[in-house]
Design a protein around this ligand. Structure first.
Ligand code: ASP
Ligand code: MG
Length: 402
């Protein structure tokens, strides 16, 4: 008997039949003696449809009204699921974010959760009901509906699980869990049983996003045990938990490929104190997310500076540096690169992991353009055309299919 938060994503509640299947599944779990809070997304495609409807009237609709509009998608699913559960003979109650007490700041369309009192939900649980909460939404201090940003229902579920001290938070999607790498690239990719929050965050850039990043960060902060699994089968999913719970700490847990990366090279930047602060200050001000940075040792008062930015922000980077008040030397912008990373907490206590990675890439004749490391990750920037080969090679080298 446990107190469980379950969250069903858009595809899991994408049709009336699927909502019925979710109701069956939830009821079964309740019959096993568990107390349940169910958080739902809007039916798949619904949020986009609502955005399009608004845009048919205005290209810049007021964010307050957008929140009124978008929050309705999740209300629909929560009410339908509660109705389906009641019809199946289990008492259930649907709640909006407001009714569940989800207090946020006033940042419409990207609000942050400030506080969730446990009483509104727990009173209903104690009365024997399954509580179905509309995800993705809350209420500002002045009582206006807010939404939490795209994919925000994951965040609702984790925040509620933290607030009511649930035993676990299960996130249901259309995939079985977190894989050692993208199964579309490596067919032998394996589902991971347990992984730490930090590894999950590093792997999140990997193909299909299983979980919204903010929700993993929040789960780590609140110590919420997260399980991600499929709503279409009974397979056990992946447990995302703290590092101490991951008994056998693999040296490498997974391989990530990030194709949304571009490289900027500046040949001949003035080698003086403050120049890096100015360049990256200008990029930060333009809201460019700089990732890897490499600066070489300067000669004759000049240095070379290489860094990566998301491909989608390459034009913005070019524009920002074009307007930079000082000479940056020759500039190169390369969109034909990709970033391959190996991720694993076991790296902390093992040597030779990096050299093994580089040797494997060398054996395939893959040239490494940039290298970046953190405590639990080693990344190599390579030509885009070698990205998938690099992933397959590394998946093999670290025996991730075993
Ligand atoms: N319906 C919202 C979206 O599509 C929130 C979510 O599904 O998590 O972004
Ligand atoms: Mg989602």
């Amino acid at each position: 008997m446990a107190l469980i938060v379950q969250k069903y994503g858009g595809t899991s509640v994408g049709t009336l039949e699927r909502i019925a299947a979710v109701a069956d599944r939830v009821k079964r779990c309740a019959q096993e003696g568990n107390d349940l809070v169910v958080v739902v997304s809007a039916m798949s495609g619904e949020t986009n449809k609502l955005i399009e409807m608004a845009q048919s009237f205005s290209q810049s609709p007021k964010e307050r009204e957008m929140d009124m509009l978008l929050s309705s998608g999740e209300r629909v699913t929560s009410a339908l699921l509660a109705i389906a559960l009641t019809e199946r003979g289990h008492e259930a109650i649907a709640m909006t974010g407001r009714q569940a007490g989800i207090l946020t700041d006033l940042a419409h369309t990207k609000a942050r959760i400030q506080e969730i009192p446990s009483e509104p939900i727990m009173q209903e649980i104690q009365a024997g009901r399954i509580v179905v909460v509309a995800g993705f939404q809350g209420i500002s201090p002045s009582g206006v509906v807010t939404t939490l940003g795209r994919g925000g229902s994951d965040l609702s579920a984790v925040a509620i699980a933290g607030a009511i001290k649930a035993d676990r938070c299960e996130i249901y999607t259309d995939v079985d869990g977190v894989y050692t790498t993208d199964p579309r690239i490596v067919s032998k990719a394996r589902k991971i049983e347990r992984i730490s929050y930090d590894e999950m965050l590093e792997l999140a850039s990997m193909g299909a996003k299983v979980l919204q990043n903010r929700s993993v960060e929040l789960a780590k902060k609140l110590g919420v045990k997260l399980i991600t699994r499929s709503s279409f089968n009974e397979n056990e999913g992946t447990l995302i938990t703290n590092e101490e719970d991951c008994m056998e700490k693999p040296i490498v847990s997974g391989i990530a490929l990030d194709n949304n990366q571009a490289r900027v090279s500046l040949f001949g930047v003035a080698d003086r104190p403050g120049i890096a602060a100015e360049i990256f200050g200008a990029l930060a001000k333009a809201q460019v997310n700089v990732d890897m940075i490499v600066q070489n040792i300067g000669h004759d008062g000049k240095a070379n500076l290489d860094f990566t930015v998301p491909s989608t922000e390459l034009e913005l980077t070019r524009k920002t540096l074009g307007a930079f008040p000082h000479d940056l030397g020759r500039q190169e912008y390369d969109n034909d690169i990709t970033k391959v990373s190996i991720v694993g907490v076991g790296m902390k206590s093992h040597s030779g992991v990096a050299s093994q990675m580089f040797a494997a890439l060398a054996k395939e004749n893959i040239n490494i353009l940039m290298i970046g490391t953190s405590e639990i990750k080693i990344s190599a920037v390579v030509d885009k055309k070698y990205g998938e080969l690099a992933v397959r090679t590394l998946h093999d080298v670290y025996d991730l299919d075993k």
